[in-house]
Design a protein around this ligand. Structure first.
Ligand SMILES: [Zn+2]
Length: 325
């Protein structure tokens, strides 16, 4: 399958068809002097990314940089495999992500805790990235990809401690990964913009997440390129919805955390309660329960709820890993 969208400002988006679905994960392509990609998606998406590059007329040996917003496997799991096709590309990553690219053992173990039996189907294979292919970029460092384009990297924890947000000077856009939420494109035909926070395990921090939105706002970002999925030219609405939903997510998890004993019970109750709140919200806008968006939202809430409860457990018991128990 091949789907490439022209987003303007020399940015294209190749759909990675994660799990065979449209609009889940993708690879952004900036056709600069140094051709630069953001994200590779997981390994099963790489054939779709390669077809997309072919459709764009980009030769694989001309790709200079592959930037990873963060090293969660749905964003970066395919980078080792992808690199085998791009002999001249370097991988740009957060200082805390680099060693896990070189040796993905811990990354794989962590993902198996979260995704269990689905791991192989979702992510295999995870190949290491050679040391000499890695470029580390920390907070406020930059990269010139053409005479008129500078990318600036910002350290934006909240979703993960190894998360970069990347500001593009040409489009005045921010590649946000999972920092300021997920954009549910399934509601686009209904004229509804829905952005929900992405609170995956196991480094979720709501205070840092809100601080990242404040940072974006202070930088006067014109557009946000989401990890999931596509571009929004309405950043004000993105910040507004993050600030609305994030406290609801955390407070709802807190209720489940106090009411139930085991991690699984707490997570399951959190999924149901947040799902109800989102359903009620969308119902008020005329969206009925049989809308395809709900399947995706539920899938995301399964992971988000684990992250929320994990955060609450660690807040009360620093150093404890509830997901391993
Ligand atoms: Zn993530």
């Amino acid at each position: 399958m091949v789907k490439v969208s022209d987003l303007g400002y020399r940015v294209s988006l190749i759909d990675g068809f994660d799990l065979g679905r449209e609009n889940r994960t993708g690879t952004y392509v900036m056709a600069d002097r140094d051709i630069t990609l953001v994200e590779t998606s997981a390994s099963p998406s790489i054939p779709h990314v390669l077809k997309g590059l072919q459709a764009l007329g980009i030769a694989l040996e001309d790709i200079t940089y592959i930037i990873l917003t963060h090293i969660h496997l749905d964003h970066a799991g395919g980078v080792g495999l992808f690199l085998q096709h791009c002999p001249n590309a370097k991988v740009v990553v957060h200082p805390k992500g680099a060693r896990h690219l070189e040796d993905p053992t811990r990354l794989v173990a962590g993902a198996k805790e979260v995704y269990g039996a689905d791991f192989d189907k979702l992510f295999n294979p995870i190949l290491p990235v050679p040391h000499e292919k890695i470029i580390i970029k920390g907070n406020k460092e930059s990269l010139e990809t053409s005479d008129n384009c500078t990318l600036t990297f910002y350290d934006t924890p909240g979703h993960a401690n190894h998360h970069l947000s990347i500001y593009d000077s040409v489009s005045k856009g921010m590649f946000s990964g999972d920092t300021v939420g997920v954009y549910y494109r399934e509601l686009e035909p209904d004229g509804i913009e829905l952005y929900l926070p992405s609170t995956s395990p196991n480094q979720f921090n709501p205070i840092a997440m809100l601080a990242a939105a404040d940072l974006y706002e202070s930088l006067d970002v014109n557009r946000i390129y989401f990890g999931h999925y596509g571009v929004s030219d309405n950043p004000t609405e993105v910040y507004k919805q993050l600030r609305y939903w994030l406290p609801i997510f955390v407070q709802t998890a807190e209720t489940a955390f106090n009411e139930y004993k085991t991690f699984k019970e707490q997570v399951d109750a959190t999924i149901e309660m947040i799902f109800d709140k989102v359903t009620t919200h969308l119902a008020s806008m005329g969206i009925t329960g049989d809308h395809p968006v709900f399947e995706i939202i539920r899938m995301d809430l399964e992971v988000c709820s684990m992250g929320l409860i994990d955060y609450l457990v660690k807040r009360d018991n620093p150093g404890y890993n509830p997901i391993q128990k």
